[in-house]
Design a protein around this ligand. Structure first.
Ligand SMILES: NC(=O)c1ccc[n+]([C@@H]2O[C@H](COP(=O)([O-])OP(=O)(O)OC[C@H]3O[C@@H](n4cnc5c(N)ncnc54)[C@H](OP(=O)(O)O)[C@@H]3O)[C@@H](O)[C@H]2O)c1
Length: 253
């Protein structure tokens, strides 16, 4: 997928990884549609990104994604890329995990990206195809005490993404998963419940720009699995976790 000129929807664009991704895609020539709930932040960012559109959106609200897609099509006539990035953490040991919190985070981290895929599919199918990048988490590949609820939502997103990749391939739509590791954003201050799990060796968080690079790479390459790690790496699909170096692959400049 060529990013230059592409119409790219980025959810969760009001902060962190989503804002960095919107900036990077815009810098590569994309027409970016910024979606999140905090209008002031979206409009501030949009004013710095030529040709971008800010659309206040709650991706968990009924009809929220449909309105977002309608606004994007009305403005640009097509949608080439969806980055399903909006998400929230839930860092509580299972015994204390409130099912209501898990349901709420499941709605945001799993159901909303699915609804997004369903909303853009007909538009992409009616055009020249497209790319969907679902932002998961490296925690979904590991067993980490305190992260059972959050990681379960991302593991569910992984499966929906992989099945979507198979089901949508014939329509020219490529579905990729990006797995960030600990990243320096507001994420850890905005958990649905709990706190950043600590106890292990101190982790230097990745800058959100590194994740934005991995997302841009996933769009361009159509790779199924991109792990953001130190150094960032590709997970080779179906090899049980064997990796090859992400940085050795072509990257957007
Ligand atoms: N930071 C990390 O260490 C880390 C690690 C692995 C994976 N991730 C994943 O990376 C993604 C981005 O997180 P981040 O680190 O950039 O955190 P962040 O700075 O807290 O950003 C989260 C974004 O999601 C948006 N959002 C939340 N609920 C929403 C809703 N109902 N509708 C629309 N937008 C909503 C927020 O915007 P509004 O509040 O304005 O709506 C915000 O822009 C998430 O999926 C997260 O799970 C993060």
């Amino acid at each position: 997928m060529e990013i230059d000129g592409a119409v790219c929807i980025v959810t969760g664009a009001s902060s962190g990884i989503g804002a960095a991704t919107a900036q990077m895609l815009s810098g590569l020539g994309a027409r970016v549609v910024l979606a999140a709930r905090r209008t002031d932040r979206l409009e501030r960012l949009s004013s710095t990104l030529p040709g971008s559109l800010a659309v206040t959106t709650d991706v968990t609200a009924a009809g929220g994604f449909a309105r977002l897609v309608d606004r994007a099509v009305a403005a640009f006539g097509s949608i080439d890329v969806l980055v399903n990035n909006a998400g929230q953490g839930l860092h509580v040991p299972l015994e204390q995990l409130d099912p209501a919190d898990l349901r709420a985070v499941f709605e945001l981290n799993v159901v909303a990206p699915l609804v997004g895929m369903q909303a853009v599919a007909p538009v992409m199918r009616g055009g020249t195809g497209g790319a969907i990048v679902n932002v998961s988490s490296a925690t979904s590949l590991r067993v980490i005490a305190g992260l059972g609820g959050y990681s379960a939502t991302k593991a569910a997103l992984n499966m929906i993404s992989q099945v979507g990749r198979v089901e949508m391939a014939a329509e020219g739509v490529t579905v990729s998963i990006v797995y960030p590791s600990v990243t320096a954003t507001e994420f850890h201050q905005r958990l649905r419940a709990g706190a950043l799990v600590s106890g292990g060796p101190p982790i230097a968080p990745d800058p959100p720009e590194l994740v934005a690079r991995a997302i841009s790479f996933a769009i361009q390459s159509g790779e199924a699995h991109v792990l953001v790690d130190d150094p960032p790496q590709l997970l080779t699909p179906g090899d049980g976790g064997a990796r090859r170096t992400f940085l050795a692959s072509p990257l957007p400049s």
